[in-house]
Design a protein around this ligand. Structure first.
Ligand code: NAD
Length: 497
């Protein structure tokens, strides 16, 4: 297997050499000495070998986070946490090229996209910084006899275990670390075994910013050996998890031992409804990229496309042409619009769905296989694919594919479109394209999803809560609600007569 040539601008070699993980302010190996490889999904090259943690390493990281929570960190004033977060935001801005390149190499997202995420991530950090000094309890009048004052305090929940997937390592890490720092929690972050490199780079930036030892720990390893012991750890107060619905269910079970608080950002099968009056010049590229962005490896992928029957054929034809013209390749090339899937396992999973789509009778409009040309055979590439004549019952219309696959379906009335759009166990996101204000409101009210985008898609902002309905999870990230996921509310009664 080839090793990666380290591109300029990265502080660590990505030539297959060994990296350590970050516990209690120190760079350490797994106690077992075990390691695993992380590879570039575009080329198959080994980027680094990484510690493969087990339960003993999780114990060590949780102990470090507990000691930090009870140590000097507990005396950091909100303003001090704010200053720290602002410093981290500045460092992220300064090192953004390196962070985005690291994400591109480790998980394949085209560099044009990873670079473009800068304002979103830095904005999140500055939002959390602002919130650090804005959190407060309330004084509440009570009806008790005598003179008793009552008020609430907002207190950090404690040690947070964060488990994230591989499809957006920088943003997912910051959506967990940011609120932990703003509220005064400490955190043990376990990145995905498929893309651990950027979270380790983020640990370096945390140390550089002066985050005290043990406040942010990054522990590498797979779900079974490292994730599960974190989820069941008796000294972890809260788990924040982003990943698949099946893993989310096992996390809830694992968390039962000490009834730790859990928030879950899970999978989706998001509908996009294109009304008869939609502006097609706008809707076609947005509906396409609602799925093809990051090769469909995005929880909010708008993979079920409902198109008004009158415009269905034209829309599907234009969508197919758009998909066919997308440039597939190694994400480090700034021309690339579609990068690889993360792994061979994911490639097999997605091609399995492509075969099922054909076998169950969907009409292949474009794509449907692996790109043959351009020296892409070493990577896990799949063509952007559009299926038409899909029925609601087909597997490709029901299951989360996590690949670049659109299932297009025609509808006759808006009521029917809503009913079919909501007929899914998931409820993460939905899209609507219309020029009619009443339809825009009616549909966004009726769709059972945590985010609805009208005449746009993928809009995510640090100030606006994001999260799921139904089996897409519970809890919110973004907005003030996000911070409250990391806080306990204490009621205090003080007798003054
Ligand atoms: P996954 O559930 O397989 O893995 C996610 C993380 O959980 C990884 O770090 C993994 O090591 C860990 N893990 C696996 N099994 C575990 C266990 N038993 N106990 C504890 N941890 C365990 O998901 P994935 O394949 O990495 O990511 C894809 C999924 O994530 C998709 O379903 C996607 O929709 C979802 N996702 C959701 C959001 C969101 O915000 N809702 C965002 C991104 C991805």
């Amino acid at each position: 297997m080839t090793a990666q040539t380290t591109p300029a601008g990265l502080r660590r070699n990505l030539d297959g050499s060994h990296r350590k993980m970050f516990i209690g302010g120190e760079w350490v190996d797994a106690l077992s000495g075990e390691t695993f490889e992380t590879r570039n999904p575009a080329t198959g090259a080994v980027l680094a070998t990484i510690p493969a943690s087990g339960k003993a390493d999780i114990d060590r990281a949780v102990a470090a986070a507990r000691a930090a929570f009870e140590g000097p960190w507990s005396r950091f004033k909100p303003y001090e946490r704010q200053v720290l977060l602002l410093k981290i935001a500045d460092l992220f801005e300064k090192h953004w090229d390196e962070l985005s390149l690291s994400d591109t190499l480790d998980m394949g997202m085209p560099i044009i996209r990873t670079r473009a995420n800068r304002n979103r991530v830095v904005g999140m950090l500055r939002f959390y910084a602002g919130q650090a000094t804005a959190l407060h309890g309330e004084t509440i009048d009570n009806s008790l006899p005598g003179e008793i004052m009552s008020y609430t305090r907002k207190e950090a929940v404690g040690v947070v275990g964060a488990i994230i997937p591989w499809n957006a390592p920088t943003a997912a890490s910051i959506w967990k670390i940011g609120p932990a720092l703003a509220t005064g929690c400490t955190i043990v972050l376990k990145p995905s075994e498929e893309a651990p490199l950027t979270p380790l780079l983020i640990a370096e930036l945390m140390a550089e910013a002066g985050v005290p030892a043990g406040v942010v720990n990054v522990v590498t390893g797979d779900g079974r050996s490292a994730g599960a012991p974190l989820a069941s750890h008796p000294d972890v107060d809260k788990i924040v998890f982003t990943g698949s619905t099946a893993t989310g269910q096992s996390i809830i079970q694992a968390s039962a031992g000490n009834l730790k608080r859990v928030s879950l950002e899970l999978g989706g099968k998001s509908p996009v409804i294109v009304c008869e009056d939609a502006d097609l010049d706008r809707a076609v590229p947005l509906a396409a990229m609602a799925v093809f962005a990051n090769s469909g490896q995005i929880c909010i992928a708008g993979s079920r496309l409902f198109v008004a029957r009158k415009i269905h054929d034209e829309f599907v034809q234009r969508l197919g042409a758009f998909a066919k013209a997308l440039r597939i390749g190694d994400g480090v090339n700034p021309e690339t619009e579609i990068g690889p899937l993360i792994s061979d396992k994911q490639l097999r999973r997605v091609t399995g769905y492509l075969e099922k789509g054909v076998a169950e009778g969907a009409a292949l409009v474009t794509g449907g296989g692996r790109p043959g040309a351009g020296g892409l055979s070493a990577g896990h590439f799949v063509e952007p694919t559009v299926f038409a004549n899909v029925t609601d019952a087909m597997t490709i219309a029901r299951e989360e594919i996590f690949g670049p696959v659109i299932s297009a379906m025609a509808f006759d009335t808006l009521e029917e479109a809503v009913k079919r759009a909501n007929d899914t166990p998931y409820g993460l996101a939905a899209g609507v394209f219309t020029r009619d204000l009443a339809s825009a409101h009616r549909l966004s009210n009726a769709l059972r999803a945590g985010s609805v985008w009208v005449n746009t898609y993928h809009a995510i902002d640090q100030s606006v809560p994001f999260g799921g309905y139904k089996m897409s999870g519970y809890g919110r990230e973004g907005g003030v609600e996000h911070l409250h996921e990391y806080l306990n509310t204490k009621g205090v009664f003080l007798k003054i007569d």
